[in-house]
Design a protein around this ligand. Structure first.
Ligand code: SF4
Ligand code: SF4
Length: 201
């Protein structure tokens, strides 16, 4: 996504229903996406798993974390134009032929539900799903694999107001922005931002 401005798609202007059906499809990589992880997510998960201190962070990173690419649009204050920056970020490793999240159990339940990453909590109100017409198109695409979203398109599920949807999407933007600025300050060196990351693996 490119700007802090969110032009809510017209289909969401009056709010929308959504309830997760706990089918686990989005925890399997079958939506061909990633589960991004930010510092607060990792600290919360490490604590939840009762891993301790710096060693706990290292253990978590070794077992569950991948380094992947991310893009963020940024315009310096006062600048006429901004640009897209490409840099590294963290995401869950997946496992098995179906590429499932390590924390998905055999009954499709999330074993770290209370401590799950922001991206899992925020779904489906990601900016890429709610912003203008392309967001609605993305939402339709995701509905092909997500039964909760299919119901949503028939107005079934828990109701979210326009403001609630915007609040989730804006929170997502703020998390991404905070990480981008920290990376920028550290010359986009992910090993300086996350000192616990294993190198050369
Ligand atoms: S694919 Fe949709 S219904 Fe299934 S677990 Fe994910 S959010 Fe819930
Ligand atoms: S943390 Fe939980 S909700 Fe998120 S991908 Fe893993 S199993 Fe699914």
């Amino acid at each position: 996504m490119t700007t802090s401005e969110i032009n809510l798609s017209k289909e969401l202007e009056n709010g929308k229903e959504f309830s997760c059906k706990a089918c686990g499809a989005c925890c399997r990589g079958l939506l061909e996406g990633e589960v991004y992880l930010y510092k607060d997510d990792i600290v919360r998960l490490v604590k939840h798993l009762k891993l301790k201190g710096e060693l706990g962070l290292k253990e978590f990173a070794r077992k569950y974390v991948n380094i992947i690419g991310q893009t963020f649009y940024w315009k310096e204050p006062g600048a006429k134009r901004g640009r897209n920056y490409k840099f590294k970020t963290l995401a869950f490793k997946f496992t098995g032929d179906d590429e499932h999240c390590f924390f998905l159990d055999d009954n499709n339940l999330c074993t770290v539900h209370k401590a799950r990453p922001f991206q899992c909590r925020c779904f489906p109100w990601w900016r890429m799903m709610v912003n203008s017409s392309s967001g609605w198109k993305n939402l339709i695409d995701y509905s092909k694999k997500c039964p909760g979203l299919r119901d949503s398109l028939s107005n079934k599920g828990k109701f979210y107001s326009r403001d609630e949807i915007l609040k989730w999407a804006k929170r997502e933007y703020e998390i991404e922005k905070k990480y981008f600025l920290e990376m920028k300050k550290n010359n986009f060196d992910i090993y300086r931002v996350y000192e616990f990351l294993p190198k050369n693996e």
